[in-house]
Design a protein around this ligand. Structure first.
Ligand SMILES: Cc1cc2nc3c(=O)[nH]c(=O)nc-3n(C[C@H](O)[C@H](O)[C@H](O)COP(=O)(O)OP(=O)(O)OC[C@H]3O[C@@H](n4cnc5c(N)ncnc54)[C@H](O)[C@@H]3O)c2cc1C
Length: 322
């Protein structure tokens, strides 16, 4: 919605996008396939990509035809992104890539990955020597292996690169600037309504089930959760205002994601506690079913996009406390 019209975008403001995203999440729209490309990969290309990369890819994303995934994490590099070992070696015909990415959401469905690879080693600064690449996932030498989550769903993967040849123009931005670019990309990921609405259907079902017939305890729970929801929404909208004003909301986005993740985890937990739901039996209601599902998903809410501890480190640094 916010991209320039000449790349197929809508030329709208961050607020317009916010309203549409919120409505889609609230309505349970099937947005997963295009989410990463719209939220992160496209904005990253707009900021750091070449004109040729933007022309080749952005219109296809805007039309909903191209799916992207993010290749940051590896078996020994999650929170500690600087520990990335997947190497991209410059050769006469382009770049040769070897290594493994892990937890790559949608890699099994994506057309492209934007991957962070090591292009230089042995440098004194740990975050130096990393670069961003555009990877066509249909290239020979790439294997995508599915990983099941606690609910049995298969949305993330292991992606293995066995001496994969990338074209010379696959580099995004400047060689060695990958860390800086990846951190800019994460700010897009950390503040939107999806960072506090993951559990919203449980609150909707709670209100639906007990409308006009709630005990004092249930009414107090709905009031408490709604007050937190409204506050988080106001904070998230403020971050959209910063994005619109082209300010860097890294600290504010980390706060929204940390508080939002805590809220998303607390919501199904507190419903289970107050109603005394027995989740070992079959679902007795839609509320029962959605709460049971969310309790299995909830551990991921404070891992994906940066763990709780890492976010709190960013917040402490932003506030000048470390
Ligand atoms: C649903 C889901 C989807 C994901 N999708 C993607 C994706 O598409 N692409 C991608 O690249 N990655 C993805 N990830 C991976 C995610 O980014 C990592 O799981 C996350 O960064 C944590 O890394 P890790 O799992 O290696 O845990 P670790 O980094 O090993 O952390 C383990 C624990 O130690 C704590 N810890 C680590 N370092 C510190 C520190 N310095 N101080 C204090 N505590 C610390 C962490 O907070 C955590 O509790 C996804 C993860 C999930 C759950």
């Amino acid at each position: 919605m916010t991209w320039p019209k000449h790349y197929g975008g809508g030329g709208r403001s961050a607020f317009h996008r916010y309203v549409v995203m919120e409505e889609m999440l609230f309505g349970g729209a099937p947005v997963s396939l295009h989410w990463i490309a719209d939220r992160q990969s496209g904005p990253l290309l707009l900021r750091f990509g070449t004109e040729q990369q933007c022309r080749a890819l952005l219109p296809g994303i805007a039309r909903g035809q191209l799916c992207f995934c993010i290749g940051l994490s590896e078996p020994d590099a999650g929170s500690d992104v600087a520990n990335i070992r997947t190497k991209a070696r410059r050769t006469d015909d382009g770049w040769r890539v070897a290594g493994t990415k892990l937890w790559t959401t949608n890699a099994h469905r994506a057309n492209y990955m934007i991957g962070l690879f090591r292009t230089a080693s042995g440098l004194p600064e740990r975050h130096a020597g990393l670069s961003h690449f555009l990877v066509d996932l249909s290239l020979p030498g790439i294997t995508v292996r599915p990983i099941s989550d606690l609910t049995g769903a298969g949305h993330f993967n292991e992606v293995i690169f066995d001496d994969v040849l990338l074209a010379p123009d696959a580099l995004i931005g400047r060689e060695g600037d990958g860390w800086k670019q990846a951190m800019a990309e994460l700010a897009f990921e950390r503040s939107g309504p999806e960072r506090f609405l993951s559990s919203i259907q449980a609150l909707v079902e709670l209100v639906r089930l007990f409308a006009g017939d709630a005990t004092e305890e249930i009414a107090a729970l709905v009031g408490r959760l709604t007050a937190q929801l409204v506050t988080l929404r106001n904070m998230s909208i403020s971050v959209s205002a910063m994005l619109e004003a082209r300010q860097d909301p890294a600290l504010e986005a980390a706060i929204v994601k940390d508080l939002g993740g805590t809220f998303e985890q607390l919501l199904p937990e507190s419903i289970q506690h107050v109603l005394g739901l027995d989740l070992t039996t079959g679902p007795a209601s839609d509320l029962h079913q959605v709460t049971a599902h969310l309790l299995r998903m909830a551990p991921a809410f404070s891992l994906r996009g940066g763990t709780r501890e890492i976010l709190r480190g960013i917040i402490a640094r932003g506030l000048g406390l470390r």
